[in-house]
Design a protein around this ligand. Structure first.
Ligand code: ZN
Length: 63
């Protein structure tokens, strides 16, 4: 069974689960999709994706 966004109930991609853990809480078991995350933080999805890319390059294990 795949995880769903707790706000909009959309099915989540692994990267969105990683992003929730990174930006909200590492031990979180409730996840947000990128568009809900971007609303939550009042930033663009594009900016979140850029941050994710940045963390990936640093070797972050959440992505
Ligand atoms: Zn959502």
């Amino acid at each position: 069974m795949s995880e769903k966004c707790i706000l909009c109930k959309r099915e989540l991609k692994p990267v969105e689960i990683g992003a929730t853990k990174k930006f909200i809480h590492r031990a979180s078991t409730e996840y947000l999709c990128l568009s809900c995350l971007s609303k939550e933080f009042k930033v663009s999805e594009e900016l979140l994706l850029k941050k994710i890319e940045f963390f990936k390059k640093q070797g972050c294990t959440l992505f």
